[in-house]
Design a protein around this ligand. Structure first.
Ligand SMILES: Cc1cc2nc3c(=O)[nH]c(=O)nc-3n(C[C@H](O)[C@H](O)[C@H](O)COP(=O)(O)OP(=O)(O)OC[C@H]3O[C@@H](n4cnc5c(N)ncnc54)[C@H](O)[C@@H]3O)c2cc1C
Length: 376
């Protein structure tokens, strides 16, 4: 069991804090927003129910270029140029035009936080009234509020009930061990609509199953896949994964990452999109802070920026819905056709352009705050 380090009991004192920007959630989206505000002079406060990097929220695989663009290369555990795809009939190896890397979640979060000049406090966010955010340590008030709290969209008006909502679900185990191959399975024996994976990270392998249908329970197939790969089903990590874009701006609140449905359908890749939209949101907030834009205009522009990506998300969602309907006998020839170098280059380059790493801009030099020991 992971040890809960969050301050509790008498240490959990009431939070009375004035700030210019309140960022709720300290994972990929929240830290990307805060990083973009560094040096703006804003008093930014990040809150999360856990300490930074305490609870891993994904298999932590992302395009290497994005990890570098965010100044977090030191968190990389393993890098892959090839993607191996298994179906019951055929196994293909795709040689990608760019690489994916797995990384260490606490290290990446700490490296991002070192580039911020925001304060951080642990607090559970319960909701809001206007721009007053209610937490278990009291109310926090800020003119600019960002919800980076994940799929629950705690600060939104439209809650999701998991099994009736456009959510996928994913569960993985993290046994120790090593492998050289980034692998996925499109195999209805594990999941009727979805895919399974094995993502090595130097000294552990992240083995999991994701279902596009939220009603399909993924624990049994996750355990079975781990067993089939001769891995132990230990150290579970799982969550709901949104597969539909939601409004990124509502009333007075900016929504970034899973809270805005920024995770890509079909692949369930949500780390680089959390970075991408986090940077976009941070830039809008900076414009407000420097008084070059009123807050309501920044909200509108950020909402429009996110919505301009809708057709890309919807295209991926259409493919997500199509694949489970393909007769199994067509899957193998389709995959063989798609494995040609030319097609792979074309498809993966287009896919990366949905949220391209050059959006992050020039790499930052040095840390904003003194480095603290990283709990890797
Ligand atoms: C099993 C699994 C594997 C995945 N693998 C990958 C992958 O390899 N690559 C990839 O790109 N994507 C992957 N994803 C998707 C990816 O994890 C998400 O899209 C991504 O984490 C979204 O980032 P985020 O910052 O918006 O939200 P999150 O990472 O979910 O962070 C939300 C933060 O808010 C905090 N929080 C939540 N509620 C409260 C509250 N009430 N009060 C205070 N704090 C709160 C949480 O503690 C957390 O720190 C995976 C998802 C799952 C479930």
């Amino acid at each position: 069991m992971p040890q809960r380090r969050t301050k509790r009991g008498s240490e959990r004192t009431p939070l009375a804090r004035d700030c210019d920007v309140l960022i709720c959630g300290a994972s990929f989206a929240g830290l990307a927003v805060a990083r973009e505000l560094a040096g703006s002079g804003a008093r930014a406060l990040i809150v999360d129910r856990y300490e930074i990097g305490e609870r891993q929220t994904s298999a932590c695989a992302a395009p290497t270029e994005w990890i570098s663009a965010m100044g977090t290369e030191a968190s990389i555990k393993q890098t892959f140029r090839d993607l191996v795809i298994h179906t019951p009939q055929v196994t293909t190896r795709m040689h990608l035009p760019w690489t994916f890397s797995t990384f260490d979640y606490p290290t990446l979060c700490e490296l991002l936080f070192q580039q911020c000049d925001a304060d951080f406090e642990t607090a559970k966010v319960d909701g809001r009234t206007g721009t007053t955010v209610h937490t278990d340590r009291g109310d926090l008030e800020a003119p600019l509020v960002v919800d980076c709290l994940g799929w629950r969209r705690v600060l939104g008006s439209d809650g999701y009930q998991p099994t009736d909502a456009p959510l996928s679900r994913g569960l993985e185990v993290h046994p120790g061990g090593a492998s050289d191959h980034l692998e996925i399975w499109i195999d209805r024996g594990y999941v009727p609509a979805g895919y399974s994976w094995s993502f090595p990270a130097r000294d552990e392998v992240r083995v999991g199953v994701g279902s596009f249908d939220p009603r399909f329970a993924v624990k049994e197939p996750t355990v079975r896949l781990a067993r089939d790969l001769h891995r132990d089903a230990v150290r579970y990590q799982g969550n709901w994964i949104p597969h539909k874009l939601r409004k990124a701006a509502e009333d007075e609140v900016f929504f970034v990452g899973d809270s805005a449905g920024h995770c890509l359908p079909l692949t369930a890749e949500g780390i680089r999109t959390a970075f991408y939209f986090g940077i976009a949101c941070g830039r809008e907030l900076r414009a407000v802070l420097s008084e070059t834009k009123p807050g309501d205009e920044a909200l509108r522009d950020y909402g429009a920026f996110s919505a301009a990506h809708r057709w890309k998300f919807e295209s991926l969602l259409r493919v997500q819905r199509l694949i489970p309907r393909l007769p199994p006998r067509l899957l193998a020839p389709a995959l063989r056709g798609m494995a040609s170098d030319r097609f792979v280059r074309w498809a993966f380059d287009h896919y990366l352009r949905i949220a391209p790493p050059d959006f992050a801009g020039a790499p930052r030099r040095g840390n904003t705050r003194p480095a603290e020991p990283i709990a890797a």
